[in-house]
Design a protein around this ligand. Structure first.
Ligand code: ANZ
Length: 960
């Protein structure tokens, strides 16, 4: 074989790797471990486009590099296989989602195998397989059987709690629980019925059923997550969404709030992702204070982060949903209050939080007493106070809080300044720097000191205490859907019970249609004869999409294990993920839930690391480079006429200009268009701009024949060309089917090979950056690989590698390349490695290098990037084993040092020439050479030099 025949080479080695189980990983190894993981994909019907493999290529390079560096590498791939699209398709066609899912996965696997990834395919997992979701259900059961003990700061068996209740009731229990958990004694606990006890325990379990306000979409028959609702309608389909209280499974993630926050300090993740998690968790340190209410015995508890401003609290505001609203409202105000509450309740929390413009509220008629200043203040209701945050009530300090300020201005309530500085009359002074004024015992203190003093006083008076608050809420864990994990629970007298562990997995039953029942129950309600022990109703909702992905990295460690989610020894070996690569859209969903489940599993001693993903990289998106054709509007009704880009601009301009409009040059217009900035107003007045399939465009030139075939209505279309070509318009957009800008990696592999694709994707730019796909640059990378191939072959294409010793120059090129590539991979800078390889191959080509001593190590260091071509050459070099387990060469400093120095030579202080000398040239030889050099000695005026000064590695100065 003489040519670089990538098609044959790539197929050959993909087969070899598969047959030889080259990338099979085992936990029995003396080597250090390295776990490189990609976020596993949802297998959609559209297959992979070139944007998907970007992260996989990067993690594959790292995996292959680590193997060469002597690590035992775990690099698996699998599928997050439950989900809506397969179910929607099932609803439309009646086909079981398992079938669609299977087909899609098959396609994905083929596409992935085409790219030469070093995945250990024997470890593939699919979340929708009963053998997998058995363990998802098992983890759910452990959560159900656990509560969170704040004293030990970890999860513990719920049985311990039952024992504590029997001893002392719950007064001494310090555990995560619902806000409305009542206090009870041991005697009271014992008097409760079994059902009542079960209800109480649900308030402590780490997964529990509870009434929750959810986004209910009647048309879709399911609950939607907040980000699936846009402007009051469903994101998909645009159906109306209501806020509804429903009984839902919940996950008590709030119990882990503090540990989720602290854990961020231990991991090497992008700062923006950490910051998003911090905000999501939303810790705020403050105090709660009891305001007594005139005429009733209940107190209003407020949560404040600024107890230092207590003397400026001029009214109290309750959320419309606050439980005391009814009780405190005076008869006079009742009508108004009721009207207001009805309206406010229908606005979502998000809406209420983001709407800062409308000020609305109503007076209850009641008054409260400030527990520290003893001032009498009015109690109002307003929807800017959220029911679900803090205590659902605030002490309003209009002097220093902008929402309170707007409210006070609007309703003409008193505003008092209690912190120095700012201009209180214009807007609330939010500064936290000044000293406290007008505040009795707090006067003169700095804000921070005043907060401490305020809390101390509240505690002394028994009217409040310090309190830490988290914005994060418990997570809803039910979906009224079919294609998800069944919840391993049945109901007896309305109380949930777990099925027995040995009954796992609880498999999805067969149903006749993937729709809610007539009575509005989830699809599982259709299953016939599906009852626990033939009598008890199973839970009919399924788990949400994030269940299966919250622990999958452990299953890869031991995927076939039937006795445990993974063997403990194996978990102890692989521990956690060293490198995790995936999209930034999972910052607060998957990445937070995974950390939560991991910490829970750690508490139960099932796993050995607190954090699942040590290092995280978000790969940037590869955007589509859309192409457009321009159809002349006047031709619409007759046969279509398409104008090449610049012809279209010209035409639009001349018609527009004829109407007396301002001229714009062709060049300006086309520049603006290609940059996507042009408004297209002029162009689109006369032309319809239509997406055209990027696969029938090359270097921005449209393949006219292909275009006619693509859209039969264009079979007899006319084309106005420029220089005989049809030039398309270009814009950068998201890669998507509807924009016809999707590039399928298979096509690239067919045309130029997987090695070219892999290197090209890395060459596009830094991994984290968003960048447009532009096939135009691919040829360069392909040429590089051909050039590399040629180094090993003579002009007749015969393999010809010499055993001669390398020169210093060759060694220098090699070793600086090894050094740079190693440094680059270590800091995940792959694009710079690709250019380093290119420079190296260019230099070696110039040096006509064909020596084994140079080419062999170079082949090894290139192999993570271009695994197929390097395997082939490695074999030609005489090796029997795969290059995958070769040794990454060590670069040597001695070859990097410059061997010569080019001296500026001056005569009587004036630089006259430049002369290069090897570093070890003896002094006398340099002197001799300088004196004999004509460029230099012509300035001697025939005299002999008096002195020659040589400053090593700097300058030579001749004094005449
Ligand atoms: C008095 C005060 C004075 C406040 C001041 C702020 C500034 P973060 O930091 O987000 O936790 N608040 C408490 N509960 C609320 C609720 N349910 N809905 C809306 N607002 C609520 O915010 C805590 C502050 O937000 C609290 O401190 C309270 O107003 C308000 F110069 O109390 B502050």
């Amino acid at each position: 074989m003489s040519e670089y025949n990538f098609i044959q080479i790539e197929k050959k080695w993909q087969r070899f790797w598969e047959e030889n189980h080259t990338f099979k990983a085992t936990a029995k190894s003396e080597k250090p471990k390295y776990y490189a993981l990609d976020m596993f994909p949802y297998p959609s019907g559209a297959g992979l486009h070139v944007g998907h493999p970007l992260g996989y290529i990067a993690s594959d390079i790292v995996s292959r590099y680590k193997r060469l560096k002597g690590f035992n590498v775990l690099h698996p791939m699998g599928f997050d296989a439950f989900g809506l699209p397969a179910e929607q398709y099932a609803i439309q066609t009646g086909q079981h989602p398992a079938i669609t899912t299977e087909q899609n996965i098959k396609r994905y696997v083929e596409q992935l195998k085409n790219l030469g990834f070093s995945f250990d395919w024997e470890r593939e997992v699919r979340t929708s397989e009963p053998s997998y979701y058995k363990w998802t259900q098992w983890i759910f059961m452990q959560l159900f059987n656990s509560y969170y003990n704040y004293n030990t700061d970890k999860a513990a068996p719920i049985q311990e709690l039952v024992e504590a209740f029997e001893q002392d009731g719950n007064v001494n229990v310090n555990a995560a629980c619902d806000e409305d958990t009542p206090d009870f004694s041991a005697a009271e606990w014992k008097r409760m019925s079994e059902q009542q006890q079960a209800e109480v325990l649900l308030k402590y379990r780490l997964t529990y059923v509870a009434e929750a306000v959810v986004n209910w979409c009647p048309a879709m028959g399911t609950v939607l997550a907040n980000d699936e609702v846009v402007g009051g309608v469903s994101e998909r389909g645009g159906y109306p969404v209501e806020r509804k209280k429903m009984r839902q499974w919940m996950m008590r993630i709030t119990a882990y709030a503090e540990r989720l926050l602290q854990g961020l300090e231990q991991i090497d993740w992008p700062e923006p992702v950490k910051e998003m998690q911090r905000n999501w968790i939303g810790k705020s340190v403050g105090a709660e204070l009891d305001f007594s209410v005139e005429g009733i015995s209940d107190m209003i508890k407020v949560f404040t982060t600024r107890i230092d401003t207590i003397f400026g609290a001029s009214f109290v505001v309750l959320a419309p949903e606050h439980e005391l609203v009814e009780q405190i409202t005076t008869d006079e105000q009742r009508g108004q209050v009721q009207d207001y509450v009805t309206v406010a309740k229908n606005r979502s929390e998000r809406e209420r939080m983001t709407d800062v413009k409308t000020v609305s509220g109503v007076f209850t008629g009641a008054y409260a007493i400030n527990p520290i200043s003893n001032e009498r203040v009015p109690i109002w209701i307003a929807d800017y106070v959220l029911a679900g945050y803090g205590t659902g009530a605030v002490m309003a300090v209009p002097g220093h809080d902008s929402r309170d300020y707007a409210f006070a201005k609007h309703f003409n309530l008193p505003i008092k300044q209690v912190v120095e500085g700012g201009n209180i009359d214009e807007e609330a002074y939010a500064g936290k720097e000044g000293k406290i004024i007008n505040s009795g015992f707090l006067n003169g203190l700095e804000v921070k000191e005043a907060i401490k003093a305020g809390i101390a006083r509240a505690e002394e008076l028994g009217v409040g205490k310090g309190r830490t608050q988290y914005r994060m809420r418990d997570a809803v864990f039910s979906r009224q859907r079919y294609w998800g994990e069944p919840v391993p629970v049945y109901f007896k007298d309305g109380v949930p019970h777990l099925i027995k562990e040995e009954e796992l997995p609880l498999e999805l039953p067969k149903i006749d249609a993937y729709l809610p029942t007539e009575t509005g129950e989830p699809p599982l309600g259709r299953a016939v004869d599906w009852k626990y022990e033939n009598q008890y109703e199973y839970e009919l909702s399924t788990m949400p999409g994030w269940a299966g992905s919250s622990w999958y990295w452990y299953r890869y460690m031991d995927p076939q294990n039937d006795a445990a989610f993974a063997d403990k020894d194996v978990v102890e070996y692989w521990r956690n993920v060293d490198l995790y690569i995936g999209g930034s859209e999972h910052a607060t969903g998957h990445l937070l839930y995974s950390r939560f489940w991991n910490k829970f599993m750690f508490d139960l001693d099932l796993v050995v690391e607190q954090e699942p993903f040590k290092k995280l990289i978000n790969q940037g998106m590869i955007q589509g480079r859309s192409n457009f054709v321009y159809r002349y509007k006047k031709s619409d009704k007759l046969k279509p006429i398409y104008y090449s880009l610049n012809k279209a601009i010209e035409q639009a301009r001349s018609e527009h200009y004829a109407l007396g409009a301002v001229a714009i040059t062709n060049e300006d217009a086309s520049n603006l268009i290609t940059e996507g900035k042009f408004s297209f107003d002029i162009l689109e007045e006369y032309f319809s701009k239509l997406h055209v399939d990027v696969n029938i465009v090359e270097n921005d030139v449209l393949d006219l024949e292909a275009f006619k075939n693509w859209r039969p209505e264009n079979a007899d279309a006319e084309f106005i060309l420029e220089d005989g070509k049809y030039i398309v318009g270009v814009e950068i957009e998201k890669m998507s089917k509807s924009k016809y800008n999707v590039v399928n990696p298979d096509d690239i592999v067919d045309r130029q090979g997987a090695d070219t694709l892999r290197m090209y994707e890395m060459f596009l730019g830094p991994l984290e950056q968003f960048k447009p796909w532009n096939t135009n640059g691919m040829d360069g990378v392909h040429k590089f690989l051909k050039k590399f191939w040629r180094l090993f072959h003579d002009n007749d294409g015969n393999f010809a590698v010499s055993e001669d010793a390398p020169t210093a120059e060759e060694l220098k090129t090699l070793h600086k390349t090894i050094k740079k590539v190693e440094e680059d991979v270590e800091r995940f800078s792959f694009n710079t490695s690709v250019s380093t390889f290119m420079i190296c191959v260019n230099e070696l080509t110039q040096l006509k290098t064909n020596k084994r001593a140079i080419l062999e190590p170079l082949t090894v260091i290139l192999s993570p990037y271009a695994p197929h071509i390097t395997e082939e050459l490695w074999e030609k070099l005489g090796h029997k084993d795969s290059i995958s387990y070769a040794k990454f060469p060590q670069w040597k400093e001695e070859y990097l040092v410059e061997s010569t120095f080019e001296y500026p030579v001056s005569v009587n202080g004036k630089t006259r020439a430049k002369m290069a000398f090897a570093l070890d040239t003896p002094r006398e030889d340099i002197e001799k050479a300088v004196v004999n050099d004509e460029q230099v000695n012509k300035f001697f005026d025939g005299k002999a030099p008096k002195k020659i000064i040589i400053v090593p590695n700097k300058i030579i100065n001749v004094v005449v």
